[in-house]
Design a protein around this ligand. Structure first.
Ligand code: BG6
Length: 512
């Protein structure tokens, strides 16, 4: 018998997908509406939802930023951003209808009058339509404003609204270490309840990342193998070919460990390693993910020095062109020791995973863009073939590719045609592009929809963020305690040789 505590199946995106589930009328406010993320990702995502009819039937947009402009100026900025960055060519009719209910509130985020005007806009939308719109506040600002904005929302009573839901979406980073993350979480939870808070990790919005759950829990084939008895090691790669571009100001204070490992890569790891949740509801899924993080012992400072490697890109070539090294990039201090590459060896110390090394690596200016998880099974226990026929026998590898060429491939040993018993690995492959013949939505489309719908499954909970920092903090501390030049790798290469030292026994990094 269904009880009130059970999640509603029809409201669960992991069960039902994006399509056509009605969403309560919503007013979405973007703080930092004229910034890069808003222009490149958020506004185009909202447009694509409108294009698919996936927005609530009644939808209002409020932009807020420091720059002074009229509602019409903001409408024009939104129109231009959508035209430039939408994955679909903008249909002028859809665009026109989407931008009908748009307001802009200028001012600095600590200015109380901004919140008075926001309250007025929200009230006016409600009165005009005769309903209480749900309110979603999207914080797409510099991190230093996150707690300021939430505090002001609370002071002006905007953190709740009679007859509708109020939710706050917070971009990354949640702090730059554990202490800051706790401080921010506390400040936010002084005003809001955790169920109102949606901490973004855009990797969770990627179709292929969600597909890991389908792959593991919708197939009987793999789950029996998914443990220390069959898996030899796992490697998770998030390689990028781009450099830091114009982001030196942010990146040089962050580095690869904070920028990608603490959030995106640990998310991939937890989805790969978690136990099947009892239900695909926000807390059931996140409880299981947090258990995985808790099973990773934060390294001691001494251990951090041999289970983590950092490096910086030097000059090299990328896309056939000569490119600068990190220290020559604009606005990077010439003596910077910020890492643009990080590799780690972690272990999830629980019944399922004990003894299985999990290798993580990420870096800028590597040979190509690829995000993948490769699970290598243990070698077969005995080779009955003649010695020379056995040469090509390799342990099976299951590779989940998040991007590009999204899909899953499984390497299996097969007999090379001929009169001799010679074996080599061949691939069985599933590719999203050819299997579904449709373009996947952008991560932000999915995440904005879920925030409006009130499903936090694909967002990071407070204890989850803190557990992530607990793993990363000691490594940051160990690195900070060993100043001086750090290893270099040529731009466009597969990364520093030093990363090979993390690999145990016969384990090898896959080519990038
Ligand atoms: C962001 C990082 O969170 O993720 C960037 O700040 C990085 O440095 C980006 O380039 C990678 O995202 P994606 O979706 O391109 O893999």
């Amino acid at each position: 018998m269904a009880t009130a505590a059970q999640p509603r199946v029809d409201a669960n995106p992991l069960v039902e997908g994006l399509e056509r589930l009605p969403i309560h009328p919503t007013t979405l406010t973007i703080f930092g509406a004229t910034g890069d993320l808003s222009k490149r990702k958020l506004l185009p995502a909202i447009y694509n939802l409108a294009h698919e009819g996936a927005l609530p039937e009644r939808f209002n947009l409020i932009g807020s930023s420091r720059g002074v402009m009229s509602d019409d100026d903001f409408r024009e900025l939104a129109r231009e951003s959508i035209r430039s960055f939408s994955r679909r060519r903008a249909d002028e009719k859809v665009l026109g209808a989407l931008l009908e209910h748009v307001r802009y509130v200028a001012g600095s985020f600590d200015d109380p009058t901004v919140y008075e005007r926001l309250a007025e806009c929200n009230r006016a939308f409600d009165e005009e339509a005769g309903i209480a719109f749900d309110r979603v506040y999207y914080l797409s600002t510099a991190p230093s404003f996150f707690s300021v904005i939430v505090g002001r929302l609370g002071e002006h009573g905007l953190h709740r609204n009679a007859g509708s839901e109020v939710r706050v979406v917070i971009e990354k980073p949640i702090g730059t270490n554990l202490a800051e993350a706790r401080e921010l979480n506390n400040a936010v939870l002084d005003v809001l309840e955790e169920r109102q808070v949606y901490r973004i990790d855009h990797y969770l919005g990627k179709e292929t990342v969600q597909n890991m759950l389908a792959f593991r829990f919708a197939n009987g084939l793999f789950e029996p193998l998914w443990n220390r008895n069959f898996i030899d090691y796992v490697q998770i790669t998030a390689a990028e070919d781009i450099g830091i571009g114009t982001r030196a100001g942010y990146y040089d204070t962050s580095g690869a460990l904070r920028d990608l490992v603490q959030n995106h890569m640990l998310q991939l790891l937890t989805l790969l390693c978690m136990e099947p949740p009892v239900a695909f509801s926000a807390d059931e899924v996140r409880d299981e993910k947090v258990k995985v993080l808790r099973a990773i012992h934060p390294p001691t400072p001494e251990a951090a020095m041999y289970m983590a490697v950092r490096a910086q890109y030097g000059e090299g070539t990328s896309g056939g062109e000569d490119v600068k090294g990190y220290l020559q990039e604009d606005d990077v201090p010439t003596d910077s020791t910020t890492e643009t590459y990080a590799a780690l060896r972690l272990e999830v110390d629980n019944w399922r995973w004990a003894g299985v090394p999990i290798y993580l690596r990420t870096g800028k200016r590597l040979a190509r863009k690829v995000t993948e998880i490769a699970v290598t099974l243990k070698p077969v226990p005995h080779l009955a073939f003649h010695q020379d026929g056995s040469v090509g026998v390799q342990p099976n590898q299951i590779v989940l590719t998040m991007q590009p060429n999204e899909g899953v491939s499984i390497s299996i040993g097969a007999k090379i045609p001929g009169t001799r018993m010679r074996i080599r690995p061949v691939n069985m492959q599933f590719l999203y592009g050819t299997a579904f013949m449709s373009e996947s939505p952008e991560a932000y489309e999915r995440l904005i929809t879920d925030a409006m719908r009130g499903d936090a499954t694909l967002f990071t909970r407070d204890d989850e963020v803190e557990a992530q920092w607990e793993i990363v903090d000691p490594i940051l501390a160990a690195w900070a305690g060993t100043p001086g030049a750090i290893p270099q790798y040529p731009a466009g290469s597969g990364g520093p040789e030093e990363a090979d030292a993390l690999m145990q026994g016969e384990h090898r990094w896959r080519a990038i």
